[in-house]
Design a protein around this ligand. Structure first.
Ligand SMILES: [Ca+2]
Ligand SMILES: [Ca+2]
Ligand SMILES: [Ca+2]
Ligand SMILES: [Ca+2]
Length: 209
């Protein structure tokens, strides 16, 4: 039973890795516009939000504090993204991506986080330490991604606060041509594919012999 579960997990990982290339980006300024390379760009916005379904966003002030990353506030670079003002950081890409991880600062299990893709909430009030686990398993593609915190289900805890310094995403860089041939795979994916390919070649040789 355990072996079967592991095999299924491997297959899912392989599929995800093979369908898109993965890359990371560390934000080094607060301009709000970033060229991620290969024709992919992202605009970063700050919002407040008071309702989750439908998500209602109102523009807020984006700030940036060096290696700590993005915060949201009223002009102070020391102001994190926090539940006091129910703040959300929104990334709008020019092509569909999957955000698979974030470089988060000032985050722990007492921070309660909301995650949004294309205007729908897919994780509500999750423990801050599980954000990257949730992201790595949510494989939908979207052009709008948001991370924020409010206190609707969190006992009116206004202490939730964090910052975002970087982002890891997977992206089908060839989605204009549909050619998956040049998409790089992580080393483990290559090894697995090599093993499967070798098996197929062996079968072919046996059949023709
Ligand atoms: Ca704030
Ligand atoms: Ca925190
Ligand atoms: Ca909390
Ligand atoms: Ca929430």
């Amino acid at each position: 039973m355990k072996a079967m579960f592991m095999a299924a997990t491997c297959a899912a990982t392989l599929f995800a890795a093979g369908s898109a290339s993965a890359a990371s980006y560390t934000f080094t300024d607060g301009s709000g516009y970033y060229d991620l390379g290969g024709g992919l760009t992202v605009n970063v916005y700050a919002y407040t939000y008071t309702s989750e379904d439908p998500l209602v966003l109102e523009a807020a002030y984006l700030n940036f504090n060096n290696s700590n990353g993005f915060g949201i506030g009223n002009g102070s670079s020391q102001d994190p993204i926090d539940s006091k003002d129910e703040e959300m950081l929104v990334f709008v890409f020019n092509q569909a991506v999957t955000v698979t991880g974030l470089d988060l600062n000032q985050i722990d299990k007492n921070d309660h986080i909301d995650l949004v893709a294309d205007n729908s909430l897919f994780a509500d009030d999750i423990d801050g330490e599980t954000v990257n686990d949730v992201l790595s398993s949510y494989l939908a593609t979207y052009t709008m991604f948001g991370i924020g915190t409010n206190y609707t289900k969190d006992g009116k805890d206004s202490q939730d606060q964090f910052r975002v310094a970087g982002i890891t995403y997977s992206w089908d860089g060839d989605n204009n041509t549909g050619d998956p041939g040049v998409v790089p795979l992580p080393a483990t994916g290559l090894l697995l594919l090599g093993g499967l390919g070798g098996l197929a070649a062996l079968r072919k040789r046996r059949k023709s012999a």
